[in-house]
Each structure stands twice: as structure tokens, then as C-alpha cells.
Design a protein around this ligand. Structure first.
Ligand SMILES: Cc1cc2nc3c(=O)[nH]c(=O)nc-3n(C[C@H](O)[C@H](O)[C@H](O)COP(=O)(O)OP(=O)(O)OC[C@H]3O[C@@H](n4cnc5c(N)ncnc54)[C@H](O)[C@@H]3O)c2cc1C
Length: 457
């Protein structure tokens, strides 16, 4: 049994902040636990306890896609390595045959280890916040510390969230132009050393929740061999990618190439590391500023900042609208006329529609967990307009498979395209033939991802 020392027993509940560099939550926990003990926890499947209302349960998906699982596992493994170098290690609460409820596991850990303080990162994820509320209610004596790790701003820097991204961007650029500010954004120092894990756990070297690579999903991944992918999860890989991207010429042509369907260097590919917090947006922005100083500042480098601001907009959009992010009518007043049709839904998911470009994108998504921004717009437009389907099922399928799944960017963009979100002009329909001509004139992408179906299908 753990005997309480004079110091605090601090627990970090990691979520989308899987890094040690520029992680204000880790820094805060390191300070609080200086004379005490520190528990570093990642808990899978916590949302299972939230009745039926969360997106996964409501629109039918049981498990994460294989590519997404794999990216997450790589990210956790890398985090664990970094934490071990700092003198602690990651605990990964996950379902086991004898203990299928990770929320209960977490509560047991909190009680057994007499946790005094919990540190988490601020999140726009409504359901994750519901988990925090439940924990707070269950353990009212514990002190909570919430830090900013995912965004450029600690809070919405405007009185209200503007109705469109354009209005938001203009206001931000007028008052908070971080791209051209005199100083770099301050980066939170990585702790030199972390307080140890409680003795009672150290003594149990077979403790079942010490992180082990692949424990959640080894079987699933080995059953469905992954396409080799440039996306390798984890902070070290994210930082390597950041370095090689800004050591190349790609940033100087980003605005011209960003709509391409498949080339690695044609867009930044930061999204997957940003989404689970392996890379901090502050670090990316500082590197972009350096590129502008040392190499070139042009429309393309500006446009990277522009897109990071779009990400920021959707974050504050999700914070502002809470559950409405998942409502069929979104933030609007009118329920769309689209509906669920299981057969069409399956055709779309399997890349088995009458639209080769859509099929190719959907095959790419299933195989790699990634799809370009252009691809996402086209398949979503097809889903809503050509197939007449309820947009929430499309968003949920993306949630299941995207390695860069981010609650705010995903559900916010789907709402936008469905005409129930942040778009004063109403819904967006793309002409799929024209788009194919423009973005895949020689059919290379469609061929590569087998978008043309056999005659009998
Ligand atoms: C229907 C739909 C669903 C989407 N779901 C997600 C999602 O779950 N997670 C996610 O990160 N992005 C999502 N996006 C946004 C965008 O498609 C991806 O961020 C982008 O394709 C990732 O590739 P990249 O990093 O090379 O982007 P780049 O073009 O290099 O952009 C740089 C960064 O800016 C941000 N960004 C770019 N475009 C957008 C955008 N439209 N909305 C918000 N942020 C943006 C991303 O963080 C991205 O990494 C979605 C877009 C659509 C149309």
C-alpha cells in the first residue's frame, strides 16, 4: 500500500497532448509533484461509459480503423520512451477480459494511489470534457489543473466567435498577427526530471497497465497488414518530419500545390501529429517564422499560417457550440433533407460508388488513414449531395479511420460542407467530373487507388 509522503500525488491524464516538448500540462505536473509522486496515464475507451450519446455509439462504429490505431500506438510508444528518459513511465489503461471498463480502472487507480491533483490539457472535445466532469464529481477533494497545449491562444481572443472563418481570420490578423509578431511564441520548457511513480506500482513490475507496445491492437494490426506509410506516430517522428519539411523547398510552393490529391510534399502533412498533440502548433509556427526569416516569405508561407488559423477557428467553434457539433441541424435552424440509406452508405465506405475519384479517395483512406483536403471535400460533397446521406455518418466514418482525426476539424468541416455550420453561403457541392479533370487529368490517382470499378459492380 502506498504511504502518502509530504508531497502531492499528481496524475496526468494524457489525451491529445502526447509529447514532452512544449507541454504545459507536463510542466505543471512536474512542478506540482516535485516532492511527491507522479502518475502518467493514458486511458483508452473512456467514453464507453457515456451512455449512447457520443458519436461512436450513435452512428455505429466499434473500433478505430487499423491505421489510426497503429499511429496512436506508435505515438504512445514514443511518449513512453521519452517519459522513461525523464525517470517515469506511461500507464496505459485499456480494456482487459477481466476489466472492460477503463473509467472504473482509472477511479481505482486514483483511490488506491490517493491522488491529490489531476492535470489535463484543455480540449474542445465535448465528450472528453464530460469524462472530466464525472471524475470531478466522483472525487471532489482532488484539485484540477487545466493547461493549454493544443492551440495558439489560451482562450478565444475575441468577445464572440465570428460566424465565418474569414471574419475570424481578419480579426485575428488585425490584433494578434503571430506570424509577423516581433517575438517567437514562448515554448514551454521540457522538465529535466520527473518525480517517480509510486513505490507500490514500481514493486509490481508486472503491473498490467505499464505501457507495452501494441497491447490494444497487436492482433488487429497483424491481421490487416498496413500499406507502408510515411506517417509514423510519435513526437520524435513528428519533429523529424517538421525538420525535413522546412529543410526542403516545399513550404515556398505550398499554396500552389496544397490541393494535390496524393503527393507527400504537396501539403505539410502536419495534421496527424497535431491532432494527437505529438507536435505543438507553437513549435510549427515558430519554425515557419524562421523559414520566412531565413529562406523566403511569400504567399505560400503565409498560407500555411492561414490554414493553421483555420484549425484554430474550428477549435473555438467546437468549444463555442458544444454538443451542437454533433447535431443533424448543426448550429442552424433547419434539419437537412438527407437521410441514412445503409446500402449507399456501404458503397461510399467501400469506395464502390459511381464516382471513380470518390472511390479512389475512399480506398486511400481505408489503406492509409489519410486523405488530402481536396479528397475530403469531394467525398463529403458526394456523400451529402450525390448520395443524399445524413452527414453525421460520413463524419463518424472519418472519425473511425483518419489518423489525424480531430473532433473540431472533422465535425466542423463536415457541418460546413453540409450547410449546417460555419458557412454563410450554405452548403457546398462540388462538380465531381470537373474536379476530376482538374486534379487528376491523367487518371493517375484513380488508377493508383483503383477508383474505376469492374464492369459488373
Ligand atoms: C470533411 C473534412 C473532414 C476533415 N477532418 C479533419 C480532421 O479530422 N482532422 C484534421 O486535422 N483535419 C481535418 N480536415 C481538414 C484538412 O483536410 C486536413 O487538416 C488536411 O488535409 C491535413 O493535411 P495537411 O496536414 O497536409 O494539411 P495542410 O494543407 O498542410 O494544412 C496545414 C495544417 O492546417 C490545418 N488545416 C488545413 N486545412 C484545414 C481545414 N480545412 N480545417 C481545419 N484545419 C485545417 C491542419 O492542422 C493542417 O495540418 C477535414 C477536412 C474536411 C473537408
Amino acid at each position: 500500500m502506498f504511504h502518502q509522503l509530504s508531497g502531492k500525488n499528481v496524475l496526468i491524464l494524457f489525451h491529445n497532448d502526447l509529447r514532452v516538448m512544449d507541454n504545459a500540462t507536463l510542466s505543471k505536473a512536474a512542478k506540482l509533484s516535485r516532492d511527491g509522486r507522479l502518475l502518467l496515464v493514458y486511458a483508452s475507451s473512456l467514453m464507453d461509459i457515456l451512455d449512447n450519446q457520443n458519436s461512436q455509439a450513435a452512428y455505429h462504429y466499434d473500433t478505430m480503423g487499423v491505421a489510426r490505431q497503429q499511429f496512436l500506438q506508435e505515438s504512445l510508444a514514443d511518449l513512453n520512451t521519452s517519459l522513461e528518459l525523464l525517470g517515469n513511465k506511461l500507464l496505459h489503461l485499456h480494456k482487459t477480459p477481466t476489466s472492460p471498463n477503463t473509467f472504473m480502472q482509472l477511479n481505482e487507480l486514483i483511490e488506491a494511489q490517493q491522488v491529490t491533483d489531476i492535470c489535463v490539457s484543455q480540449t474542445a472535445d465535448y465528450y472528453q470534457n464530460q469524462i472530466y466532469v464525472r471524475l470531478q464529481n466522483k472525487h471532489p477533494q482532488i484539485r484540477w489543473h487545466i493547461e493549454t497545449t493544443a492551440t495558439l491562444f489560451d482562450e478565444l481572443p475575441l468577445d464572440d466567435l465570428p460566424k465565418s472563418f474569414t471574419q475570424f481570420r481578419k480579426k485575428i490578423e488585425a490584433d494578434y498577427d503571430l506570424l509577423h509578431a516581433a517575438q517567437d511564441i514562448a515554448i514551454c520548457a521540457t522538465p529535466e526530471r520527473l518525480a517517480p511513480i509510486p513505490e507500490s506500482l514500481v514493486d509490481r513490475c508486472e503491473y498490467e497497465y505499464f505501457f507495452k507496445a501494441g497491447e490494444d491492437n497487436a492482433q488487429a494490426i497483424s491481421q490487416q497488414k498496413q500499406q507502408s506509410s510515411n506517417f509514423k506516430g510519435g513526437e520524435s517522428n513528428g519533429l523529424n518530419h517538421l525538420k525535413s519539411y522546412f529543410n526542403s523547398d516545399a513550404p515556398s510552393t505550398y499554396k500552389i500545390t496544397r490541393n494535390a490529391l496524393d503527393e507527400w510534399t504537396h501539403s505539410t502533412k502536419f495534421s496527424a501529429w497535431l491532432a494527437n498533440g505529438s507536435l505543438s502548433v507553437n513549435t510549427i509556427l515558430n519554425r515557419l517564422r524562421r523559414y520566412e526569416r531565413d529562406v523566403i516569405a511569400n504567399d505560400s508561407t503565409y498560407w500555411i499560417w492561414f490554414e493553421l488559423l483555420r484549425r484554430e477557428y474550428f477549435y473555438w467553434y467546437a468549444v463555442t457550440h458544444q454538443q451542437k457539433l454533433f447535431w443533424f441541424k448543426g448550429i442552424g435552424q433547419h434539419t437537412p433533407s438527407t437521410q441514412l440509406d445503409q446500402k449507399k452508405l456501404e458503397q461510399w465506405r467501400n469506395g464502390d460508388t459511381a464516382y471513380p475519384i470518390v472511390n479512389a479517395c475512399m480506398h486511400q483512406l481505408k489503406a492509409t488513414g489519410y486523405m488530402s483536403n481536396r479528397g475530403r471535400q469531394l467525398v463529403a460533397s458526394c456523400f451529402i449531395h450525390e448520395l443524399g446521406l445524413d452527414w453525421r455518418y460520413g463524419a463518424t466514418y472519418f472519425e473511425q479511420h483518419l489518423i489525424d482525426y480531430d473532433v473540431a476539424s472533422n465535425w466542423g468541416n463536415w457541418q460546413y460542407l453540409a450547410g449546417v455550420g460555419a458557412d454563410p453561403r450554405g452548403c457546398r457541392q462540388f462538380n465531381l467530373d470537373k474536379q476530376t479533370q482538374q486534379y487528376d487529368p491523367n487518371g493517375k490517382f484513380i488508377h493508383q487507388w483503383q477508383g474505376v470499378l469492374k464492369q459488373d459492380s
